[in-house]
Design a protein around this ligand. Structure first.
Ligand SMILES: Cc1cc2nc3c(=O)[nH]c(=O)nc-3n(C[C@H](O)[C@H](O)[C@H](O)COP(=O)(O)OP(=O)(O)OC[C@H]3O[C@@H](n4cnc5c(N)ncnc54)[C@H](O)[C@@H]3O)c2cc1C
Length: 425
């Protein structure tokens, strides 16, 4: 099925975002664009010396910020093309996961995993290796079976899993071309139930993280104990017993950030529901998370979880005052060159910080120093201060990606200041 919905017939720029969701990045672009056809996009790229795409703007750093042209692909004719024989769906890059998920569910299909919020665009999330949680599930980029890009010279390039360098192109940081379509693997639709348990002993973390389809643990570094376990389990898995791992059951819905309204969150208390209304923590129609925040996140070897948390104990007194909440998750290994999960089953340590860059950056540096022995790979869409040479050493295919960048974008059309810092020309 190909859905060609209504779309604007002329380029308007009013609804191209001028800043990111968190407000810590005001885009420096000299012009904003919203093309309504791929041909218009191709002409735009071919005529521009510096251009970037913006998705839903939920990233926290300047990888996607350009001083040239900033373009949203949300005005292109929407595409949702489900191929039941191949078990794949091809969608517009600008489509939000939440909208795709609803559609897939009505067709009897699902994605194996989702991030904590459904508001993000497919192309933007894939470009930064966005992930959910689950020891047996890869990040969202690992479900990509094909890409369609407008490359620097304005040509359309289609690649699938058999293509040379495909594993280098998926987590592309928006730097290899503008992604107009993405093909994703799908699975039959399924139901989940979400149980929240309180006050987990750190000793039980590994068991808790492996106890269900997707598990997130929330903590605040104010105590060595872990505040909440959000267990998203397949609907027919029995509920956790009353004394599960020494925790107690939450008796009312919770929000990960204390004091925020639980109505913004997907149903808990074991109520069964479709995958896309349980895997994200936040509902599509509501503002996700606190809205007034910064985020950082580090992917570590899964076996390092306990040692990594212990390494942060010395700086917990620095973390806690600038922290809204911390989330602990797992992601399965993959082969994508710039995936933080490249050839590494991962334990993922996330920080939602207060919205105060000056106060947060020194703490981010402290956290990175303590985690350095575990070779942390930062989330590409969040705040980090890692030295470029150190980061390069943590990715076996980093140099290959740099070569791919030079090959696909020899004149630097998609280059940004931050990209140049991490991948010098
Ligand atoms: C409240 C909140 C919760 C979050 N939860 C999670 C989570 O659970 N897990 C997780 O891993 N991350 C999470 N994130 C981070 C977020 O998923 C990533 O930053 C993701 O990149 C956001 O997608 P986007 O569409 O907003 O991308 P944008 O921020 O708009 O863009 C990200 C990058 O992709 C590029 N890009 C965008 N569209 C295209 C395109 N069509 N073609 C080429 N390049 C493109 C941009 O140039 C930029 O470099 C969260 C963020 C917020 C604000």
């Amino acid at each position: 099925m190909t859905a060609q919905g209504e779309h604007a017939t002329s380029t308007t720029t009013a609804d191209v975002p001028r800043r990111n969701w968190a407000g810590n990045v005001r885009y420096a672009a000299r012009a904003f664009h919203r093309p309504t056809s791929v041909d218009e996009l191709r002409r735009l790229v071919a005529g521009s010396s510096r251009i970037r795409a913006v998705g839903s703007g939920h990233s926290f750093n300047r990888f996607g910020d350009t001083d040239g042209d900033l373009v949203t692909l949300a005005g292109l004719p929407p595409v949702v093309d489900l191929d039941r024989d191949r078990g794949q769906v091809t969608v517009s890059g600008a489509m939000r996961y939440g909208d795709l998920a609803r559609h897939l569910h009505t067709q009897g299909y699902a994605l194996a995993n989702l991030a904590s919020l459904p508001h993000i665009s497919v192309a933007g999330a894939v470009a930064t290796a966005t992930h959910g949680s689950g020891q047996t599930h890869g990040n969202l980029a690992s479900a990509v079976a094909g890409l369609e890009l407008v490359t620097a010279d304005g040509d359309v390039l289609r690649v699938d899993r058999d293509a040379d360098a495909f594993a280098g192109m998926v987590v592309g940081l928006g730097a290899l071309g503008l992604v107009t379509r993405v093909t994703l693997d799908v699975v039959p639709t399924f139901e989940l139930r979400q149980f929240v348990r309180l006050d987990l002993d750190r000793e039980a973390l590994d068991e808790a993280l492996g106890s269900a389809y997707s598990v997130s643990v929330f903590t605040d570094f104010r105590s060595p104990r872990l505040r909440e376990v959000w267990r998203k389990q397949v609907a027919d898995q029995p509920p956790p017993p009353a004394d599960w791992l020494g925790t107690t059951a939450a008796d009312a819905p919770r929000h990960p950030v204390l004091g925020m309204p639980p109505e913004n969150c997907t149903p808990q208390l074991g109520e069964p529901g479709p995958w896309h209304e349980r895997l994200p923590h936040f509902k599509l129609g509501f503002t996700p998370s606190s809205g007034d925040e910064l985020q950082s996140e580090y992917h570590l070897p899964r076996t390092a979880a306990a040692d990594a948390l212990a390494a942060l104990d010395d700086v917990a007194h620095l973390i806690a005052p600038v922290l809204l909440v911390s989330e602990l998750r797992t992601v399965a290994a993959d082969e994508l060159w710039l995936s933080p999960n490249h050839q590494r089953d991962s334990f993922v340590l996330h920080f939602t910080w207060v919205d105060d860059t000056a106060a947060v950056l020194p703490v981010v540096a402290e956290v990175e120093e303590r985690l350095a022995p575990f070779a942390p790979r930062p989330h590409w869409g969040k705040v980090f201060v890692t030295d470029p040479a150190e980061l390069a050493a943590r990715y076996p295919r980093y140099a290959d990606f740099a070569a791919l960048l030079r090959h696909l974008d020899p004149t630097g059309t998609f280059r940004t200041e931050l990209l140049d810092r991490y991948f010098p020309r």
